[in-house]
Design a protein around this ligand. Structure first.
Ligand SMILES: [Zn+2]
Length: 370
């Protein structure tokens, strides 16, 4: 999907891209003029298109600014004809815990700003041109750019407030749903409702071409969101036993640091479980072994290892393991089955397996659909 949008610059630390589908805006603008038997005015048509895109950009920037103020970096903003998609971080690592209140704040910013611009523009236009009839139809037309400015922003505000995920209203809907069910189910439900809206708009397109553009907009925005959803699906459904490393080295608390280091040299692991007999007693990282040797000389693993660690059950989901990893700043989680150590999951191995899992699931689904 990325190849369908072209980069045009950077704003607020995010990459700004324009989706080629934005050019489709010219279509209804053009056809409307044809239908009203006026010769299309190229300059005004392009000006109208740029005005719509400019309004969409301001709308997206409102989302981005609220996101930034809530500590969420925006990776890229993709402008679509009737709004856009601010990609916060398409695969945040480690993922953030969903926060419905924060999501609602970010989602509301866009429509509120659009409606605010519409109101401010209407007031200013009335003040400068007392006779301006802003309510007259057609609302959006190259022949009356000022009136179009007001209505474009009204529509941007109202349209994006529709509960059709991934439009803003749909995000708010998901946030509300996620208070009653898990995040993945809430997302799936919001996506289904969004698809319903997209289809409805395609059908309505028989009456007005603008509806088709709206339907396409929801559809394309949903495509841009897909990766994020895929990632969440992986988090909520994959279990520790699916990704854990089952072949790994362990250390004994009675090992000396020098011995531990020579073992670490022959392993790809950065972190090691420390095991006495069959029970876990601690964890230690390669770096910690090195630091201890450098500053304190040779000693036993027992005296340096970290005995405040967290474990995960083999049937635990990745989402819950992630929460443990991020909450305590861990780099390794031993996976247990009852009392027995059966595997380890490290940040390092997760980074690799997450990407692979998301891909393989996508492939699986594609073959299922065929
Ligand atoms: Zn929006």
């Amino acid at each position: 999907m990325k190849s369908w949008s072209i980069p045009v610059g950077r704003l607020l630390g995010a990459e700004l891209r324009i989706h080629l589908f934005s050019l489709a805006l010219l279509l209804p603008i053009w056809m409307k003029q044809q239908l009203s038997h006026t010769t299309p005015d190229i300059l005004r048509s392009v000006a109208l298109m740029l005005m719509i895109l400019g309004s969409a950009l301001l709308h997206e920037l409102a989302h981005s600014m609220v996101a930034l103020r809530n500590g969420i970096p925006v990776r890229s903003i993709v402008l679509l004809p009737l709004g856009g998609v601010s990609i916060m971080d398409d695969a945040p690592f480690p993922p953030r815990k969903p926060d419905p209140a924060r999501e609602i704040r970010i989602a509301m910013a866009g429509p509120l700003l659009s409606l605010g611009i519409a109101a401010a523009a209407a007031v200013m236009i009335q003040a400068v041109i007392p006779g301006a009839r802003l309510g007259m139809r057609p609302w959006i037309h190259p022949a009356s750019l000022l009136r179009s400015l007001v209505w474009t922003n009204i529509f941007l505000g109202l349209l994006n407030a529709l509960p059709a995920y991934p439009l803003d209203g749909g995000r708010i809907l998901r946030a509300l749903l996620s208070r009653r069910m898990d995040y993945l189910r809430a997302t799936r439900r919001a996506v289904t409702i969004g698809q319903g809206f997209a289809i409805a708009f395609f059908v309505l397109g028989m009456y007005d071409l603008w509806f088709t553009v709206v339907g396409l907009f929801i559809f394309v925005a949903a495509q841009l969101e897909e990766r994020t959803i895929e990632f969440q699906a992986v988090l909520e459904t994959v279990r520790m036993e699916d990704v854990m490393l089952t072949e790994f080295s362990t250390l004994s608390p009675a090992d000396t640091l020098e011995h531990a280091l020579s073992k670490a040299v022959h392993s790809l692991q950065d972190d090691f479980p420390v095991v006495r007999g069959s029970s876990m007693v601690g964890v230690i990282s390669r770096q910690k072994i090195l630091d201890a040797l450098r500053f304190g000389g040779n000693a036993y693993v027992q005296s340096v290892m970290n005995s405040a660690y967290d474990i995960a059950d083999r049937s635990e989901t990745l989402a819950s393991a992630f929460r443990k990893i991020t909450a305590k700043n861990l780099s390794i989680i031993p996976v247990v089955d009852g009392e027995h150590l059966v595997g380890i999951v490290t940040l390092q191995n997760l980074m690799h397996s997450m990407g692979m899992l998301a891909e393989s699931r996508k492939l699986q689904r594609q073959t299922e659909e065929q």
